[in-house]
Design a protein around this ligand. Structure first.
Ligand code: C2E
Ligand code: MG
Ligand code: MG
Ligand code: MG
Length: 292
């Protein structure tokens, strides 16, 4: 019966929308609970010096151990955490945990490493990031020079004057600031000049085919060139092969991160890797890389 069809469709869509809405509300609820129940944890992906292959830094990457879903990766919950504002307490937790760990490792005799922490747009724009960083640094006793914040291009260009003021305040704490996923957002060269930034991280999308595609190579070369000219430290993410690593090192990329070297590691595994590295160094052998 043609007359009844619109109703049927209406019901169909609304049921579907209800489901979607319910899923979202459920996820939001679960994320608040997760925060409360301490279900988030960090993994640490080493970033190596391009010349020596030595671990120079680690990037803290958040995961969620959900009682129902198991291990959940950040892409599945960071957008929702951003939308709902959960990112503010969650981001604070990440910063605090990363700094406490770094301090603990050093106290246990680990050599100084830098710690990179991802900061989401909303966290930068809305939260009092500077105050949080200040408190975390103070409470953890970590050397702020070892802490680097990774921001994305999109979160920086929204309100340029305010951004510059915020970045300057952060720099005043002696932490360093980098742009993550560089090249995928609004890569304006103007802000590179005006923003007090210390490093650029080339997005892994450009690294993927850097050895095969001349266009990608041109982009990577250009980014490295700009970074050098502006005296910025340049890092490549998503390095998966020896060819890529060699190309990037030869082009003057300072540091490399990717599965070719190490996947994101648990704390235990990271400490093991650092111990192995130290033993190798003490044995005097030179390590040239390899999948970890
Ligand atoms: P990102 O900051 O660009 O982090 C790099 C991502 O690339 C990580 O994914 C890492 O596991 C992955 N990766 C590293 N090496 C390779 C490689 O060689 N090949 C490939 N294909 N992938 C590689 P992950 O851990 O799933 O994180 C995804 C994104 O989630 C991060 O991208 C970051 O934007 C966000 N994120 C992670 N932790 C946090 C956090 O604590 N706070 C915020 N705001 N965002 C976070
Ligand atoms: Mg990052
Ligand atoms: Mg990145
Ligand atoms: Mg990325």
């Amino acid at each position: 019966n043609a007359k009844k069809r619109p109703d049927v469709e209406f019901c169909f869509y609304s049921a579907q929308m209800n489901q979607k809405l319910q899923d979202r509300m459920r996820l939001e609820f679960d994320l608040w609970m997760a925060l409360d129940r301490d279900e988030f944890f960090l993994e640490y992906q080493p970033i190596v010096d391009a010349r020596s292959g030595r671990i120079a830094a680690v990037e803290a990457l958040v995961r969620w151990m959900s009682p129902e879903k198991g291990r959940v990766m950040p892409d599945a919950f960071i957008p929702m955490a951003e939308e709902t504002g959960i990112i503010i307490p969650l981001g604070g937790w990440v910063l605090n945990t990363a700094c406490l760990k770094l301090r603990q490792w050093q106290e246990a005799g680990c050599r100084p490493l830098r710690m990179s922490v991802n900061i989401s747009g909303r966290q930068f724009v809305r939260g009092d990031l500077c105050r949080t960083v200040e408190e975390v640094v103070e409470q953890s006793g970590v050397d702020p020079a070892l802490l680097e914040l990774e921001l994305t291009e999109t979160c920086l260009i929204k309100n340029v004057d305010e951004t510059i003021a915020k970045l300057c305040r952060l720099k005043g704490l002696n932490v360093s600031i980098g742009i993550d996923d560089f090249g995928t957002g609004y890569s304006s060269l103007q802000y590179l000049k005006n923003f007090p930034i210390d490093h650029l991280k080339i997005d892994r999308a450009f690294i993927k085919n850097v050895c095969e595609l001349p266009d990608e190579r041109a982009i990577v070369d250009a980014i490295i060139g700009i970074a050098k000219a502006m005296e910025l430290h340049v890092i490549a993410e998503g390095v998966e092969s020896r060819e890529q690593a060699e190309y990037l090192a030869q082009r003057g990329c300072d540091e490399l991160q990717g599965y070719y070297y190490h996947r994101p590691l648990s704390e235990e595994r990271l400490l093991e890797v650092l111990r192995e590295e130290r033993m190798r160094e003490e044995a005097g052998s030179v390590w040239t890389g390899g999948a970890g």
